[in-house]
Write a protein that binds this ligand. Structure first.
Ligand SMILES: [Zn+2]
Length: 410
């Protein structure tokens, strides 16, 4: 049990996460925030441990919605995965988890890992044996034979097979279900240009998740699968790309679907921050991941940016999502989603900060306990030296302090 604490900071993000309150203190009791008060109001004889973080900028602990903890985040992540045994994968995953925590990530949603890795890892962190963020696991994603991530996925081709997988994942402790609605760039045997399932199967999967008190995250790169996911009301659309079936074209984006995304309350994970990191890495001349053999014509960064700019302007809720573990998307770089949202999509700074905290909490259905520095919320927070509402790159990979569940990590 961690001791009750009072944390002083010159700048603490307010309840609406759109400005600072100055010279306040966060009161932490039993791992939760019980109040945020003016520093002048702190009682002198206090039984609480008082910690003064002085000049600092405190925001809620970062919530990363898209990670694969077992991968290396290098251009050769695919080969490395196949060369490692189960113990090595676990060691890598736990190091990645710790790295993310030290960068200010206090909650992390895993969107696809082997069951025998992610559930024991979560248990080890929850029990305090290992150090890492709160893990929200899905375990094995649902995919088809030779489809995207078949090598650690659960193979299921029709609704009844899918329902069996969902039952199993929920029994293991999955907080959400992941389905690969199209092929993926990472898996050479899969085709990102085509749907892996019928519309009816996706719709029945959404319905089954709803009736079991969970929600569906769907990886989708092809135009057809993205439309299937929008029409069937998949709660979190992952990537949401528009690859045409023809290899002559890159994307065939259909603007008319933006209204349906808004009306159905779908959250969209753009993974645009991964592209920002790839772009900056290319400028340095570093080695990049190989292209998927089924893709041929790759989209430009500009065309990807334009789609998500348009969707944002139409009111679509875009969540911060790095796709941690993929090439260049290292586990200490969750803040790059806020950078990309400001620099590439034109978000204002506070909206970008919300897009790595409370907006992500909403997408993950944990917004009542995580994503704000406010009374009743879990005491997860991160402190930066310089003001991120002035310059979004003040969200650096190495913050000054991190607190998770009331425990001062450093
Ligand atoms: Zn992913």
């Amino acid at each position: 049990m961690t001791k009750n604490k009072i944390i002083k900071s010159s700048n603490i993000s307010n309840k609406d996460l759109n400005g600072w309150v100055n010279n306040h203190a966060i009161i932490i009791e039993n791992g939760k925030i019980s109040n945020v008060i003016n520093q002048e109001g702190i009682p002198e004889l206090s039984s609480y441990e008082i910690i003064d973080f002085g000049e600092s900028y405190a925001i809620p602990g970062i919530i990363e919605t898209h990670a694969h903890l077992q991968f290396s985040a290098t251009h050769d992540a695919y080969e490395i995965y196949f060369n490692e045994d189960e113990d090595q994968r676990y060691e890598r995953a736990i190091k990645n988890a710790e790295k993310s925590l030290l960068s200010g990530v206090t909650s992390i949603r895993d969107l696809g890992s082997p069951n025998n890795l992610i559930f024991p890892l979560k248990k080890d962190i929850d029990e305090g044996i290992k150090r890492g963020p709160n893990i929200f696991p899905t375990g094995t994603p649902i995919t088809i034979k030779d489809g995207h991530c078949w090598f650690f996925g659960s193979i299921a081709h029709n609704s009844s097979e899918i329902f069996k997988v969902i039952d199993n994942q929920l029994n293991l402790g999955a907080t959400h279900i992941k389905i690969m609605a199209s092929g993926g760039n990472f898996t050479p045997s899969s085709n990102p240009r085509i749907s892996q399932y019928s519309y009816e199967t996706i719709q029945e999967t959404v319905n089954y998740c709803n009736s079991n008190g969970t929600y569906l995250c769907a990886h989708t790169l092809s135009r057809n699968s993205t439309i299937q996911c929008i029409e069937s009301g998949v709660q979190n659309i992952i990537h949401g790309r528009w690859f045409d079936e023809s290899t002559d074209k890159a994307y065939s984006f259909d603007k008319d679907y933006s209204k349906m995304i808004v009306d159905k309350g779908i959250y969209v994970d753009s993974t645009i921050s991964k592209h920002l990191l790839e772009y900056e890495s290319e400028l340095k001349g570093e080695k990049q991941r190989p292209s998927n053999p089924n893709v041929n014509s790759e989209p430009s960064y500009e065309s990807i940016i334009n789609i998500f700019r348009y969707l944002d302007l139409e009111g679509v809720k875009i969540i911060g999502a790095l796709d941690m573990g993929m090439s260049k998307a290292d586990f200490n770089k969750a803040v790059a989603s806020a950078w990309a949202h400001v620099e590439w999509l034109g978000f204002d700074h506070w909206k970008a900060i919300r897009s790595i905290t409370i907006t992500n909490a909403e997408a993950m259905r944990i917004e009542k306990s995580k994503g704000l520095i406010s009374e009743g919320y879990d005491a997860d927070m991160v402190f930066f030296k310089n003001d991120p509402s002035k310059n979004i790159r003040n969200l650096v990979f190495d913050p000054q302090h991190v607190i998770k569940g009331g425990e001062v990590i450093f």
